[in-house]
Design a binder for this molecule. Sequence first.
Ligand code: F7E
Length: 290
Amino acid sequence: MVRRSSTENFERIEPFRDRLQLVQADLLDTMSLISLLEDIHPREVYNLAAQSFVPTSWKQPVLTAQFDAIGVTRLLEAIRLVDRSIRFYQASSSEMFGKVREVPQTELTPFHPRSPYGVAKVYAHYITVNYRESYGIFACSGILFNHESPRRGREFVTRKVTDGVARIAAGLANELQLGNLEAKRDWGFAGDYVEAMWLMLQQPEPDDYVVATGESHSVGELVEIAFRCIGRDWRQHVVQDPALTRPAEVDHLVGDAAKARRVLGWKPKVGFAQLVTMMVDADRARYGTS
Ligand code: F7E
């Protein structure tokens, strides 16, 4: 499902466009969701739609809530009205843990979101749980820690770094501006995480799961590994820009995916250094310098 736009923005799904049927509807328009479910009759719905860039959520907090929080209620209402047997996956986020109450974070760790994005995702998580408990809908909330790949948007830190490194290697830039280098994240490979999403909807009972690698690294470590891939010292190129720091930061996230491992039989296959290298290689290939 995609939103209508006068200019298409399908770059990241281009390689498999011929295997997809794209249909139009909008999370801001309940009737469009109802019509779509009636037309398609899906067995499973994966809600990955969101205003997902955390800094923008301070600039557009109401729109973020409309998409990321109320939009989920609209979709669940559409499922309730059209066909309660549709299985539903909600893309919940480790940003819900925010100022963490315990390390590592599990399905039972209390939430303390630090951005309008995180707050909206907490609402979306609980409305998913509530439609499961109220109407018996097979609704699952996957609490996914940061997941990355060469298809990641260039504004997120992993891709910003790997794209920046590839541009420097190609002689197109000399400097990379970043914000907080101390923040730590549990970064995994998106391909592994999508498998966990699918597994959640194949179980006999709906439930909520943390999906994470259990390892955390700082933005500084990410930068160091990425620059090492092109044989450069990051200190010669990285400039810190205070404008890129956030009004309230999430300092340290690390997840415990023991439940996903036990119940779903899931475990990540791609490690952190391998992920960064994969992303640098893909960006270097784009600039023709690999
Ligand atoms: O920031 C720091 C920044 O924007 C990661 C989304 O998919 O994962 C993502 O949220 C860290 C933060 O992702 C820059 O301050 C330093 O501490 O890549 P990010 P995120 O905010 O963790 C979660 C699970 C989601 O659900 C979200 O939708 O990196 N950082 N310097 C920077 N971040 C950015 N973007 N740009 C910098 O220049």
